[in-house]
Design a protein around this ligand. Structure first.
Ligand code: ATP
Ligand code: RIB
Length: 320
């Protein structure tokens, strides 16, 4: 059961505008493809923002520290976050760089290819963060889509204050100095990120375990949780491993599935300390998100996840 005491989650991460193009297939090098049946749209995105919106939609007190440009996109994003109930006091306006932009190609299978122009995200500096800790967070949530020095400083500030750190290891960064993260509660890469850090593709239980053991030697994390797309998730706690199969859904667009997964897992774990129920809830929330288009537009609320589970249980007991 979910505890009703609201926790404060400080997200220190990225904010983007996503240019999403729905396409039949990606062009070959040198080729122009005219997508008569395709669509495009501008959607609020960014790994940090998607996670911040998830926390807010689950009822957490979410404080979002990020950097956007002094431009129309930055202003638009700030208003959207406020409308979601996110605390935007520690959003910073960068006069030198534009708001981050992601170009996202989504194929018919729902699989995506993403190119990120970091803009202001890449200019987040160590000195931008300390003020945000005045919100007395119960947890600090990070990804690798901002400058490395900001991620490392956030970990240092959290450790100084005894605040647990949760890391969604996205996007793939084989060169990130993982040892500088210090103590981490949950470290969660997807398959690509896992391969980038360890050289091992976690395609089944055996390879996922090998990768998780290697990762645990690289990061001082209590739990390694590997997101495995339609296969679900894999968790290693240093002595045992567990597999959590995905929900059976028809994917439309997997953009932000990883952001939703790690945020919901963190939310639930921070609420009640149970890693297993946290991962199961994350699997459900992420599976709902893949049935919807876009990034922040695909994120479910806590009520939707609870309703999904209620309907699934009803169906199961009717089948018995
Ligand atoms: P993103 O597309 O945001 O980069 P990701 O690659 O980081 O996502 P994935 O491993 O693809 O993360 O997916 C995260 C979670 O979403 C999975 O662990 C699973 O719970 C859910 N998920 C993804 N794809 C599917 C699917 N086809 N069916 C059911 N659940 C899915
Ligand atoms: O994880 C999905 C996100 O990655 C998109 O919203 C895009 O902005 C990139 O950051």
């Amino acid at each position: 059961m979910v505890d009703l005491v609201k926790k404060t989650i400080l997200v220190i991460s990225s904010a983007n505008i996503d240019l999403v193009q729905k396409i039949d297939r990606v062009p070959y090098s040198g080729e122009t493809v005219v997508e008569n049946d395709g669509t495009y749209s501008y959607v609020p995105g960014g790994k940090g923002a998607n996670s911040a919106v998830t926390f807010a939609r689950f009822g957490a007190d979410c404080v979002f520290c990020c950097k956007v440009g002094a431009d129309a996109n930055g202003a638009k994003l700030k208003n959207l976050y406020k409308a979601e109930g996110i605390d935007t006091r520690f959003m910073i306006e960068d006069s030198e760089n534009p708001t981050g932009l992601a170009s996202i190609l989504v194929e018919k299978t729902g699989k995506n290819r993403i190119i990120v122009f970091p803009g202001a995200n890449g200019n987040m500096r160590a000195e931008d963060l300390e003020d945000a800790f005045t919100c007395y967070p119960d947890a600090v949530y990070l990804q690798f889509e901002i400058a490395d020095e900001a991620v490392i400083e956030a970990c240092r500030l959290a450790a100084e204050r005894g605040v647990p750190v949760f890391i969604d290891a996205a996007p793939a960064r084989f060169d990130f100095p993982l040892k500088k993260l210090g103590e981490v509660e949950i470290f969660s890469p997807n398959e690509t990120e896992c391969r980038a850090f360890t050289g091992i593709t976690p395609s089944n239980e055996e390879s996922a375990l090998k990768a998780a053991i290697r990762l645990r030697n690289m990061v001082n994390a209590k739990y390694i949780v590997i997101k495995m797309g339609e296969k679900g998730a894999f968790m290693f706690d240093g002595s045992e491993y567990f597999v959590y199969p995905a929900e059976n859904v028809v994917p439309v667009d997997t953009t932000a599935a990883g952001d939703v997964f790690t945020a919901v897992m963190t939310y639930s774990y921070v609420q009640n300390g149970n890693i297993h129920s946290a991962i199961r809830m994350a699997n459900v929330a992420a599976s709902i998100s893949v049935t919807r288009a876009g990034a922040s537009t695909s994120i479910p609320t806590l009520a939707e996840v609870l309703e999904y589970r209620r309907a699934a249980e009803e169906k199961e007991s009717a089948a018995e």
